[in-house]
Design a protein around this ligand. Structure first.
Ligand SMILES: NC(=O)c1ccc[n+]([C@@H]2O[C@H](COP(=O)([O-])OP(=O)(O)OC[C@H]3O[C@@H](n4cnc5c(N)ncnc54)[C@H](OP(=O)(O)O)[C@@H]3O)[C@@H](O)[C@H]2O)c1
Length: 256
């Protein structure tokens, strides 16, 4: 008999934030194909339904309209999901926002907004899922989507780097804290991926600027699926001995 495929997610409930777009949407479609039961979080009903429409057996999955910066609402949504559908075995914290802004154009409010959306929101959601009875007793895996901007710098990326670097460093400590529950925690750091986020970035407004960004990636720009494949690896048992690390998926951006 063949050994079981370690990339299969049968019998696991995985919560994905940012499921309405880009990388989160790609993770949702891929994980469902691998047998997971999904809980999709997003803010926009129409866009979330669009993701669900790409997935077979919609009854195996659920969705919730959640703004991650509304911490109380997030806690209620997690409680409801577990009550109705049972414990969660994995999270992909994919939702996030980006900007290119020189430091003199930032404000304290803007800095707080970025921290709330990209750091406090995902950590608060993760904390709720880790509460007794909410996470599968046999353990599982948690992924935070960071960015190459969490370890490298570019002009105008101070705010974004602040939030993405915070995820990379806090994941190392969280991984150690959760190892005795057999819960693994890692970040994935993509380079520029073709998604609504990058399409609305300043560098996408003219061909020359976009070419410059493209040239920074020896393998060219990525697709959401390139990142989703790495997330599947980290969420599944294929990575059962990997925790507290940052997996770079960047077409060679950081190799130089
Ligand atoms: N694209 C890239 O080049 C790139 C590179 C490196 C890292 N990343 C990271 O990868 C992740 C996904 O990016 P993407 O390219 O897929 O971006 P995207 O297409 O813009 O999707 C972002 C997702 O985050 C959700 N979101 C934003 N703010 C939220 C909030 N306050 N509460 C709940 N959901 C919220 C959005 O929901 P709505 O549909 O409701 O707006 C959307 O589903 C982000 O963390 C991003 O920083 C992206």
């Amino acid at each position: 008999m063949n050994p079981p495929d370690p990339f299969l997610l049968n019998g696991r409930q995985i919560l994905i934030t940012g499921a309405s777009s880009g990388i989160g949407k790609a993770c949702s479609v891929l994980f469902a194909r691998r047998g997971a039961s999904l809980c999709l979080f997003g803010r926009d009903e129409v866009r979330l339904q669009e993701t669900l429409s790409l997935i077979d057996n919609p009854d195996n999955h659920c969705s919730a309209l959640v703004d991650l910066t509304d911490y109380k609402h997030v806690a209620d949504a997690v409680r409801r999901v577990v009550k109705e559908r049972g414990p969660i075995s994995g999270i992909v914290n994919c939702a996030g926002i980006s900007t290119t802004l020189p430091i003199n154009a930032t404000s304290e409010e803007k800095i707080e907004h970025f921290l709330r959306t990209n750091v406090v929101g995902p950590l608060s959601l993760t904390k709720q899922v880790l509460k007794p009875g909410n996470f599968a007793p046999e353990g599982g895996s948690i992924v935070f989507i960071s960015s190459v901007m969490g370890v490298a710098g570019e002009k105008g990326k101070t705010l974004y780097s602040l939030t993405k670097g915070a995820l990379i460093s806090s994941v190392r400590s969280l991984a150690i804290e959760l190892a005795n529950r057999r819960i693994r925690v890692n970040t994935v750091s993509p380079g520029v991926v073709d998604s609504p986020m990058s399409r609305s970035a300043v560098y996408s407004r003219d061909d020359e600027a976009l070419d410059r960004i493209r040239l920074l990636h020896p393998l060219g720009l990525g697709e959401p699926d390139d990142v989703a494949n790495a997330c599947l690896f980290l969420i599944s048992d294929a990575s059962k001995w990997i925790t507290g690390t940052n997996v770079v998926v960047d077409g060679g951006y950081l190799a130089k």
